[in-house]
Ligand binder design. Structure first.
Ligand code: UDP
Length: 338
């Protein structure tokens, strides 16, 4: 039977792909998004968009009063690790406090299931790789710390009020909707795969490789790239598991790819050279982050786009078709030459 879901941040990158997955299976979806970083065009027809900032607790409360809700999915947040190192209190206050108020409002209105978009940044520089779900929490930034605050608030919401919750710790979300409806469009873009693709397409300056002296096989950082549609699938599975209790999953493919390997993958898939230059380390980057996703895999999660080339292929298709992203005017350097 179709259910009704609230998705905060449903106009953003991962949130919009979850909205697509819910709509595809026939559910009703209300998206709550300030559109500060999300895009109106990323909310697919069929979902209702409420343009609202989570900093407005009475507005949020009025939306939640209009239940019943099958669950609340919470994506809306500031999400730039580097920015959080400059603006720690903004991240702790906005991400942490807004989410805690949202959880409180969920409890007040009888919401029984809550799914949180969390992060591998909780593990900081890990002691063991792949990182198991049980690894020590030591956030690498105020961004990660703010997600940990929310995970702790959910723990207490569960113990005291019986709210069931899933904390899904993403590794490096990448790729785009395989049907071509949605993709990745951040301003500013700081993520490796879109920057490498745009450099290959001649829409951005050469990519800078942040550090070549890490203790890895080629000296560049290793990350675990996970397809955004596979992340959306994991949310649906986690939701189904929330009848039995709480869920804490690491979401990644368990395979690491270096920055140079990502460049080679894009060169292979796009059949173009990627202009790049070797640069210095970016502060705060751990050498290797790879997921031990045992809990999600034993619950039945089966990523469909585990191979890096397949992830890159979907990302390339969307960026190729959307030179200016979601229709916001393209900056000068990304406009294709006519
Ligand atoms: N990276 C890079 N050049 C860039 C952007 C990123 O070398 O212009 C590297 C970065 O240092 C990291 C990896 O690519 O090792 C993935 O970075 P991204 O910002 O995409 O995700 P993060 O791992 O920081 O969440």
């Amino acid at each position: 039977m179709a259910q009704r879901f609230l998705v905060t941040g449903g106009a953003g990158y991962v949130g919009s792909h979850l909205v697509a997955a819910l709509l595809d299976r026939g559910d009703d979806v209300v998206v709550l998004d300030s559109l500060r970083t999300g895009h109106r065009a990323a909310v697919l027809p069929g979902a209702r968009l409420v343009e609202l900032d989570l900093a407005d607790p009475s507005g949020v409360d009025a939306v939640l009063a209009d239940g019943p809700w099958g669950a609340v999915f919470h994506f809306a947040s500031l999400s730039l690790v580097g920015e959080s190192m400059r603006l720690p209190f903004r991240y702790l206050a906005e991400n942490g406090v807004n989410a805690i108020r949202l959880i409180e409002s969920c409890v007040r209105h009888g919401v029984e299931r809550f799914v949180l978009s969390s992060t591998a940044n909780l593990f900081g520089t890990p002691e063991t790789v792949p990182i198991p779900e049980t690894a020590r929490i030591d956030p690498g930034s105020p961004y990660g710390e703010s997600k940990w605050m929310i995970e702790r608030a959910l723990l207490w919401a569960g113990r005291i009020h019986g709210l069931h919750s899933a904390c899904l710790r993403y590794f490096n979300a990448a790729g785009a909707d395989p049907a071509g409806r949605l993709g990745e469009d951040h301003e500013p873009e700081t993520h490796l795969i879109p920057l490498v693709i745009d450099a290959a397409l001649g829409r951005r300056p050469p990519v800078e490789v942040f550090g070549t002296d890490y203790p890895t096989s080629d000296g560049t950082c290793i990350r675990d790239y996970v397809h955004v549609t596979d992340l959306a699938d994991a949310h649906l599975l986690a939701l189904a598991k929330l009848v039995d209790g709480n869920v804490t999953w690491n979401l990644g493919n368990g395979a690491g790819h270096s920055v140079l390997a990502v460049i080679r993958s894009v060169e292979h898939v796009a059949a173009r050279k990627v202009p790049h230059r070797l640069g210095t380390r970016r502060p705060g980057d751990p050498a290797v982050l790879v997921a031990g996703a045992k809990a999600a895999l034993s619950a039945g999660w089966r990523p469909k786009f585990a191979a890096l080339d397949d992830i890159v292929r979907t990302a390339l298709a969307w960026r190729d078709a959307h030179p200016g992203g979601y229709g916001d005017p393209a900056p000068e350097h990304v406009r294709p030459s006519s």
